[in-house]
Design a protein around this ligand. Structure first.
Ligand code: IPE
Ligand code: IPE
Ligand code: MG
Length: 251
């Protein structure tokens, strides 16, 4: 049995505080450019914002926080920026894991990790193992992640493991192989930096997620900004296909 309700097959329970928030952390480069700094300075500042977002999520009672850190298309960036981002990823893992562990945070990294340097892959495995007992906040970093990759990867695994069911797989079977199988579907999606697009993030999982776009650049997005996004979420009417009248009647 799947652990969580699917927005398309059942009616998920709705809470005042989104149980799962997924964020595209965008605008680091522009933040740096405005200050005549190199782009990587924006990425470093962005790591500090991740700390704030984690603290605010714990304070608000959010259970799952998924952050898009590097997309499967970000390899197209200049090689120097890609290399510096990888170094930043390594140093963030080296510096933050002990604190995450202490604060009850379980860290996971999703995406095609095989393209990362062996040292980075090992750091990721160790960080996941070190925090595996925690459950206060499930913090997931999407790195070399793409929504299409996630779906294709799940389909290919399903084909290998259940070839006899090919041609009549169900959503439930596919979902068990998605990289987010451990989490409920996101209730709230946030994209900072002003762009209003999904950039190949969680294509399957966001089917009924509420979207929130803000001009605020990621390095300037703090706990208060997260609260503002939650407030906006609380004003939404999540209908999952039904009419507004049906919702009033069932209350
Ligand atoms: C997001 O910030 C971080 C990554 C994609 C790694 P950007 O680097 O995309 O910042 P902008 O969009 O250029 O301002
Ligand atoms: C999306 O941001 C990916 C991450 C934040 C990691 P981008 O800045 O790469 O997205 P596009 O290219 O503008 O759509
Ligand atoms: Mg960007």
């Amino acid at each position: 049995m799947p652990l969580f309700k699917s927005a398309t097959r059942e009616l998920p329970e709705i809470r005042a505080i989104p149980r799962h928030i997924a964020i595209i952390m965008d605008g680091n480069g522009r933040w740096a450019k405005k200050r005549f700094l190199p782009r990587i300075a924006g990425h470093s500042k962005g790591v500090e914002t991740v700390r704030d977002a984690v603290a605010a999520s714990i304070e608000q009672g959010v259970e799952y926080l998924t952050l898009f850190a590097f997309s499967s298309e970000n390899w197209r960036r200049p090689v120097e920026e890609v290399n510096l981002l990888m170094q930043l990823f390594v140093s963030a893992l080296e510096n933050e894991v002990a604190k995450l562990k202490k604060n009850g945070v379980r860290l996971r990294v999703i995406g095609d990790l095989s393209r990362f340097a062996p040292k980075l892959q090992e750091l990721i495995r160790n960080a996941e193992a070190a925090t595996a007992e925690n459950s206060r906040l499930h913090l997931t970093i999407a790195a070399n992640y793409g929504g299409r990759w996630d779906i294709m990867n799940a389909m290919n695994q399903l084909t290998r493991e259940k070839p006899e069911a090919a041609g009549h797989w169900t959503e439930t079977e596919l979902e068990a192989y998605l990289s987010t199988a451990f989490a409920p579907e996101p209730d709230l999606f946030i994209r900072t930096g002003g762009e209003e697009r999904i950039s190949n993030f969680m294509l399957w999982q966001l089917a009924y997620t509420e979207f929130y776009f803000t001009e605020t650049l990621w390095p300037e997005f703090g706990g208060e900004a997260l609260k503002a996004a939650i407030l906006s979420y609380q004003r939404r009417e999540r209908r999952f296909g039904r009419t507004s009248e049906q919702l009033t009647e069932s209350r």
